[in-house]
Design a protein around this ligand. Structure first.
Ligand SMILES: [Zn+2]
Length: 173
């Protein structure tokens, strides 16, 4: 960007136009909430992904961070936030209904909760375990042990994320 400003100012308007085009083309994946060009994102469309696991994350940058660690080959579900009574964010504000639908369609064996260590993430994990998965024969596990507190998934380095995913713990139902 800076390079364009300094060296090729004539190319800048072209670049801005391109950005605007991308912004209108890209929206949330109807299945998982990741960024998508069209209805489904590249991960949901990728037939080599392991469809038995869904990794639940707060936001899209968390997905990019986990992808960079190469420790996970399953699918994702982006909540677009976490439960926060203090900020007025309840279950209806988050992307829970599509998660519920995906689990009820069958085929999912494990839900991996990759949320942070704070109280809001804690409450969100609890809600998913009790209200969304509850009663179905699906393993629920949680990563986050060893992640820097407060920083969450997005800012964890690749090695930390990899070991956090590999050492995920099953939650008792
Ligand atoms: Zn998707």
């Amino acid at each position: 960007m800076l390079h364009l400003l300094v060296e090729k100012p004539d190319k800048l308007s072209q670049f801005v136009e391109h950005l605007q085009d991308s912004a209108t083309l890209i929206g949330p994946c109807f299945n998982c909430g990741n960024l998508a060009e069209g209805e489904s994102c590249s991960i949901c469309l990728d037939e080599t992904r392991e469809v038995e696991s869904i990794c639940v994350i707060e936001r899209v940058p968390d997905l990019f961070a986990i992808e960079r660690s190469s420790a996970y080959r399953g699918l994702y579900h982006v909540l677009q936030g976490k439960l926060s009574p203090l900020r007025g964010i309840g279950p209806e504000q988050l992307n829970f209904s599509t998660l519920d639908k995906r689990l009820k369609e069958g085929g999912v064996k494990e839900v991996i909760l990759a949320l942070g260590n704070d109280l809001e993430s804690e409450a969100t994990c609890h809600y998913i375990q009790e209200e969304i998965v509850g009663g179905q024969n699906i393993k629920v596990s949680r990563i986050g042990f060893g992640l820097p507190s407060g920083g969450g998934v997005t800012f964890a380095d690749e090695m930390t994320l990899k070991s956090a995913i590999e050492s995920r713990r099953a939650l008792d139902l």
